[in-house]
Design a protein around this ligand. Structure first.
Ligand SMILES: NC(=O)c1ccc[n+]([C@@H]2O[C@H](COP(=O)([O-])OP(=O)(O)OC[C@H]3O[C@@H](n4cnc5c(N)ncnc54)[C@H](OP(=O)(O)O)[C@@H]3O)[C@@H](O)[C@H]2O)c1
Length: 251
């Protein structure tokens, strides 16, 4: 059985990955979708008629759920063609305001994502495989008042680029998806203490377009997918200019 696994599939870009994979990859028999809100996963399963969807209610910050997932893989022994690590969240605010959510962000965005790859890569035995890790343009440089989130995404970007090289022999492409702000439920969670800056709200991208580009970049073996000219320019500037200077300008 050839499958795709998508975390964070109950909303936003994860859900969009499910729709687009079901349209584009006819050889996939099932998509396993993971999130905490099982009602949303069931809605997704009902609305997707191209492929069988298997909802899995797991919290990626819960070790017991990760053990349950490991057992499921062991029992079913699927061939995983695509893994999408989209589960994640960010909280805007100073480190002190964000408080215990700092370590929870590390747990979900970094540890959960890493654990998913540890568990799934042994089952990626198709002729070729793709892993899509949702990083962010926040990965390109430090971000005061979004500090831990940006740091977790730098981790995802660095890990993905290295694994893309390491897993070449197994024909697995690892793509770090690095969009700027995208219209999803992300900001409903992120604005717990402070609002997002207005210029970010004005330049929001559509999840559909970000995901479509990511799938295309992954298909072509690219290790990084950056949607839109503004974010591409931001990435180049963040490589060329001292970050201290850029931080002065942005703030
Ligand atoms: N939107 C943006 O502006 C933006 C920009 C760059 C990168 N990103 C990244 O893109 C990814 C997807 O975000 P999105 O924009 O699609 O936001 P979203 O609509 O809020 O989706 C986040 C998903 O993560 C899941 N999730 C959160 N915590 C989880 C946990 N502990 N266990 C399992 N699932 C969990 C949520 O499901 P449940 O709540 O049902 O568990 C939800 O399905 C994230 O990693 C985010 O950091 C977002």
């Amino acid at each position: 059985m050839s499958i795709a696994i998508v975390t964070g599939a109950s909303s936003g870009m994860g859900r969009e990955f499910v729709y687009q994979i079901s349209e584009k990859y006819k050889s996939i028999d099932e998509i396993w979708v993971i999130a905490r809100r099982v009602d949303k996963l069931n809605e997704l399963a009902a609305s997707c008629n191209k492929v069988k969807i298997r909802p899995l209610k797991y919290d990626l910050s819960d070790d017991a759920d990760l053990i349950r997932f490991k057992l499921l893989l062991f029992q079913e022994k699927p061939q995983v063609r695509i893994l999408v690590n989209s589960a994640g969240f960010g909280i805007i605010g100073t480190f002190e305001e964000v408080s215990t959510d700092n370590s929870l962000m590390c747990k979900v965005n970094c540890v959960g994502l890493t654990k998913m790859m540890e568990l799934v890569i042994p089952y990626m035995t198709c002729k070729r495989g793709n892993i899509f890790n949702l990083a962010s343009s926040a990965a390109f440089m430090p971000q005061p008042s979004f500090a831990t989130y940006a740091a977790t995404k730098s981790y995802v970007l660095s890990l993905s680029r290295a694994l893309n090289k390491e897993l070449k022999d197994k024909n697995i492409t690892v793509t770090a998806v690095c969009p700027g702000p995208v219209k999803t439920e992300f900001f409903d969670v992120a604005e717990k203490h402070r609002s997002v800056k207005l210029y970010k709200k004005l330049g929001m991208s559509e999840a559909k377009k970000v995901v479509s580009l990511a799938l295309n970049d992954g298909y072509h073996g690219r290790s990084v997918s950056v949607y839109g000219p503004v974010m591409r320019a931001f990435r180049i500037l963040s490589k060329l200019l001292p970050h201290e200077l850029m931080l002065k300008f942005i703030n």
